[in-house]
Design a protein. Structure first.
Length: 515
């Protein structure tokens, strides 16, 4: 996260090359969401190439989101301590190296480890890069710089599936990771010309909090990913959830006692901040998780290619390029609470509408619900970061930004694991009921985006139906959670008589970059 402490650059040319800093940071950051949302499109090809099962393939996606979420806050503290440019450069280098390892991975285990490392590198590059921008720009220019930063993330989200589809179609999944590694190399060349800065009085990292939080999140995701294959009643699964819950309790206790916590848990006593912090978790189920599961569904039941799946997902991601700009122009005229409830209403309506999806449905049937969900997510990109930091007093704005982004990434890691688990459990159960022993191994191949060609016609029809039923179950659950979440957010987001930090009832606009 970005420190609120005023620092001075260690390079006297600090203010002479802000454009170069902006270009380097955005060029690196755009690749993070490209590889995050593009990898699910490549999963079917990965599974065929490495001969792996469903659970192992899911970790190729989950491992990245897990370490990305876990390392965001601690990497921000380390950036303040060791230097923002050094953290950014180290993150980019680590990300590049991990992509190279992924491109030449001989086994699924090596690929998963590479994705773990990629998440760490992405976290370091994101926090280091945002801190560099905060230090290189002031006032309105800082707002514009972070607008460009957000646009880069939006571009990566929007075009990641399409880029992956093109590259996988041309040369396979290894080419996708190799191109990502090569594309980031020019940024490393520019790094020596960027400005170094660090906190003059760094608090030091909260290692106890970081380790506790990371292990708890890992165990939680492990439980959801592994449960469909080993059984929900397995001692390993039950133990994972129990230990995760216990560690989260220990984490809260640690954060309340340390002088400089990783996450200021007292922020969650502010109803408005709690409502805003819940939003990215709720949105993760309706947008990010769908981005990871829809490609496999389209490829398995519709028989389309990775490129076709990427093109279809543009219906979901394209609104993130247009809606934020439109909403930003009018957001100041609309009550914040109304915007938050509208976001959840759009997601709920889109998810419920999408339950009409069938294997034989064409483009027009998918366009409406996917565009609706994407529009809701686009609205959130325009308002949530600013709302998070303005929900607390200015002195805690930096911490609020860090907490908000940790909630966002943690929510993404959990939502992907949960929705994947639901699809595996429901589709497996439906298929066993329909065809009995003939279902063995079919569910794994389905959820990796492949309809078994060697299965009989009856099995293929039953498999498509089972997968569709599972997706409908997940979508209805998303719709229900979105409705309940919208109600809760509306109640929590009611304006206070006296906003935080001011006794006279007035508010102060604060712009703090995301962690």
């Amino acid at each position: 996260m970005v420190s609120s402490t005023d620092t001075r650059p260690t390079d006297t040319g600090a203010r002479h090359r802000p454009g170069l800093t902006l270009g380097a940071v955005c060029a690196a950051i755009v690749l993070v969401p490209v590889t995050a949302t593009g990898t699910p499109v490549a999963l079917a090809d990965i599974s065929r190439g490495l001969g792996t099962g469903l659970t192992s393939a899911q970790w190729v996606v989950n491992a990245f989101f897990l370490t990305y979420a876990s390392c965001m806050a601690i990497s921000g503290s380390l950036a303040d301590l060791t230097g923002r440019r050094r953290m950014f450069a180290g993150g980019v280098a680590l990300f590049c190296a991990s992509m190279l390892v992924a491109a030449f991975a001989p086994t699924i285990d090596v690929l998963v480890v590479a994705r773990v490392v990629a998440g760490v590198g992405a976290a370091c590059a994101t926090t280091g890069g945002s801190a560099l921008l905060a230090h290189s720009f002031d006032g309105r220019s800082r707002t514009r710089a972070f607008g460009a930063f957000g646009t880069a993330i939006g571009l990566g989200l929007a075009f990641g599936p399409l880029v992956a589809g093109v590259l996988v179609g041309v040369g396979g999944w290894r080419i996708f990771f190799l191109v990502a590694a090569v594309a980031v190399l020019p940024v490393l060349v520019l790094v020596p010309r960027l400005t170094e800065s660090r906190d003059a009085h760094p608090a030091g990292p909260d290692w106890a909090g970081a380790v506790t939080f990371t292990v708890a999140l890992t165990l939680l995701v492990f439980g959801f990913v592994e449960a469909p294959s080993v059984g929900w009643s397995s001692p390993w699964i039950i133990g994972s959830f129990v230990v995760a819950a216990g560690l989260l309790g220990v984490f809260v206790a640690i954060e309340r006692r340390v002088d400089h916590p990783l996450i200021d848990v007292s922020l969650f006593t502010e109803p408005r901040f709690l409502a805003i912090a819940a939003m990215p978790v709720l949105l993760a189920f309706g947008f990010v998780a769908l981005l990871t599961v829809l490609p496999a569904y389209f490829m398995a039941t519709g028989g389309i290619s990775a490129l076709g799946a990427g093109l279809l997902l543009m219906l979901l991601t394209a609104p993130t390029l247009v809606v934020p700009l439109a909403v930003s122009a009018v957001a100041h005229r609309v009550p914040e609470r109304l915007l938050l409830v509208t976001i959840m209403a759009l997601q709920a309506a889109g998810a419920a509408w999408l339950t009409g999806i069938r294997p034989e449905e064409g483009l027009l049937a998918l366009a409406g619900p996917l565009l609706l969900i994407g529009a809701g997510f686009g609205v959130s990109l325009a308002i949530l970061d600013g709302a998070a930091v303005s929900a607390v007093e200015p002195a805690r704005a930096g911490m609020a930004a860090g907490v908000f982004n940790t909630m966002r990434l943690g929510g993404e890691a959990i939502s992907i694991a949960v929705l994947g688990s639901v699809l595996a459990a429901v589709s497996g159960s439906r298929l066993r009921e329909a065809v009995g022993p003939a279902s063995a191994g079919v569910t794994d191949r389905l959820l990796q985006g492949e309809m078994p060609a060697d299965a009989g016609a009856a099995v293929r029809v039953a498999a498509a139906g089972a997968y569709t039923d599972a997706l409908h179950t997940g979508l209805w659950a998303i719709a229900a959670v979105s409705v309940l979440g919208g109600i809760a957010v509306g109640l929590l987001g009611r304006p206070r008589t006296t906003p935080p930090g001011r006794a006279d009832g007035t508010t102060t606009d604060v712009t703090v970059p995301a962690a």
